[in-house]
Design a protein around this ligand. Structure first.
Ligand code: FES
Length: 73
């Protein structure tokens, strides 16, 4: 899926930037050496980034549960 038509930023490029630490749409574009033109993509990129943020939270909670289980044994 193309998120940013102006800069040809697709889902794979958003994911790549997220894995490199991008947490805001402008970080995603900066990761690829781009900047906003029309700005129509901000919502779409932000939504994709929220998927990564939610996934990280689940993994963090899951890790703490693992630690708790290990400590309780
Ligand atoms: S669609 Fe991203 S800046 Fe225009």
């Amino acid at each position: 899926m193309i998120h940013c038509v102006c800069n040809n930023i697709n889902t794979a490029k958003v994911d790549e930037a997220a894995h490199a630490g991008a947490c805001r749409p402008k970080d995603v574009l900066a990761h690829h050496g781009k900047a906003f033109n029309c700005g129509q993509c901000k919502g779409s990129i932000a939504e994709r980034l929220s998927c990564h943020a939610n996934r990280g939270l689940i993994l963090a909670v899951s890790s703490r549960q693992d630690i708790a289980l290990i400590a309780a044994e």
